[in-house]
Design a protein around this ligand. Structure first.
Ligand code: NAD
Ligand code: USQ
Length: 404
């Protein structure tokens, strides 16, 4: 039997979220036993901000019932705040004895993390405690569990000045005191661009430490910006539909542009649009998780870092494609963020390619599919939530941000 056919018990932390839900369905559909742990904080944040998914996502209970009806597979659910309820997390791990834990459970919006001192502190507390609690609980359980974490390309910073960003580790040559030259590999220096991205940089050190001290098996996936919404599993029944964030805090750039084009809103390019970012379609996110589950690092191996992205694009180029496809005009708005106006980005993603990933690239067919979904649910749009109003510094006062 090949590795890929081994049935595993997998806890998905954050399994009610945008990436976690379709991943849970895929893994369950493949025959793995899946257990979701989530505190439903993403739904609470929507209520707090007066926002909602463009698609009508169902409650976690309805989702899980629908999945059992459609697939015959049962996914169990624990509502636990992994940052605040350590003992309950530990008990769940001890009781379930998973082979794998996939950790999606963090506050993932950069703009939300920059909105106020309260939300900066919430993001740091939530994300760092969540990650540390998982690591601590794995050690305390005494079990050999493969931890897979969703990190971000943003830990590297985006101005790679012609360097191809490696998968986590950088080869360097240093001069010793006696003038010899020695080669070393170090963690690629982090250069986060928001409080959220900073928490992901701190996560990296926690992984490094627990891997070194307790020999934990850890895979850290540095993911680019996810676009798209459906996977074959979420399309199987309307009740399984995935979330689609379009608001100024949680909507990510390409999905926002596609949604804006579909509802006839100007396409909101920040600054010149010269920012280059890494992208991945949600179907490839799910495929990468499948591959990561099948290929754990060896016991004693250092943290396995893989760049989970398939291509890089400039924001303005994406805006132009969407404008051409939908007829919406491009609006150049003052950039609410503190980020380089233009940058190059070259990324090594050979780990996933060598494990069998065949990338879904940005094509007009798939972009139109997202646009069609956005059109179908356009009646749910709250236009007042589209502009990005969270600013990175006091000087970038909300009054300076074009509300459109
Ligand atoms: P999401 O907000 O939709 O999902 C995160 C889930 O985690 C939510 O269901 C939330 O309720 C849960 N959660 C948060 N804090 C928790 C806690 N303390 N205890 C229990 N549950 C908690 O986000 P997403 O887009 O699915 O992203 C998932 C992960 O992937 C994040 O860690 C994010 O940093 C990373 N990522 C996302 C993208 C993207 O474009 N969406 C890109 C790169 C990396
Ligand atoms: N942008 C626009 N117009 C918009 C929205 C965004 O021009 O309407 C620009 C931003 O200024 C930025 C770029 O598009 O330059 C990307 O913004 P984004 O909101 O799509 O992505 P980001 O804030 O980096 O965060 C998202 C996810 C986060 C993940 C990250 C991956 O929310 O969880 O970690 O993508 S990465 O960017 O590779 O670090």
């Amino acid at each position: 039997m090949t590795n890929a056919k081994v049935r595993k018990k997998i806890i998905v932390l954050g399994g009610d979220g945008f990436c976690g839900w379709p991943t849970s369905l895929r893994l369950s559909g493949l025959g793995h036993e899946v257990i979701i742990i989530d505190n439903l904080s993403r739904r609470r944040i929507d209520e707090e901000c007066g926002t909602n998914s463009l698609t009508p996502i169902q409650s976690i209970d309805v989702r899980l019932r629908a999945w059992e009806e459609v697939s015959g597979n049962r996914i169990r659910f624990y509502r636990i705040d992994i940052a605040e309820e350590y003992d309950r997390l530990l008990s769940a791990i001890r009781e379930e004895k998973p082979d794998v834990i996939i950790h999606f459970a963090e506050q993932r919006s950069a703009p939300y993390s920059m909105k106020s001192s309260l939300l900066k502190r919430y993001t740091v507390n939530n994300n760092i405690k969540a990650t540390h609690h998982v690591l601590c609980a794995i050690v305390e359980s005494g079990l050999d569990i493969h931890l897979i974490h969703l990190g971000t390309m943003g830990v590297y910073g985006y101005g790679s000045a012609g360097i191809r960003i490696p998968e986590g580790y950088l080869d360097i040559e240093v001069k010793t005191d006696n003038g010899d030259r020695v080669n070393q590999q170090i963690l690629y220096p982090t250069n986060p661009g928001s409080i959220y991205h900073m928490t992901k940089s701190l996560d990296q050190l926690l992984f490094h430490y627990y891997n070194k001290n307790d020999r934990l098996r850890i895979t850290d996936l540095h993911q680019g910006i996810v676009w798209g919404t459906n996977t074959p599993e979420t399309q199987a029944d309307e009740r399984l539909i995935n979330r689609f964030d379009y608001d100024g805090d949680y909507g990510t750039v390409l999905n926002r542009f596609l949604m804006q084009g579909a509802v006839g809103h100007p396409i909101t390019v920040h600054g010149t649009g010269g920012q280059t970012r890494a992208f991945i379609h949600i179907q490839d996110t799910v495929r990468c998780l499948e591959l990561a589950v099948d290929h754990p690092p060896e016991l004693g191996e250092r943290v396995l870092i893989m760049n989970q992205m398939t291509e890089t694009r400039r924001v303005i180029d994406l805006a132009q494609v969407v404008s051409r496809l939908t007829g919406s005009e491009i609006a150049f708005v003052p950039n609410p963020r503190k980020e380089a106006a233009e940058n190059e980005l070259h990324v090594d993603n050979s780990h996933f390619i060598s494990k069998g990933l065949v990338p879904v690239t940005l094509n007009e067919g798939l972009m139109m599919e997202v646009s069609e979904i956005a059109k179908k649910y356009a009646y749910r749009t709250d236009y007042s939530k589209i502009p990005a109003m969270s600013t990175w510094t006091k000087e970038q006062r909300p009054g300076n941000v074009h509300p459109l």
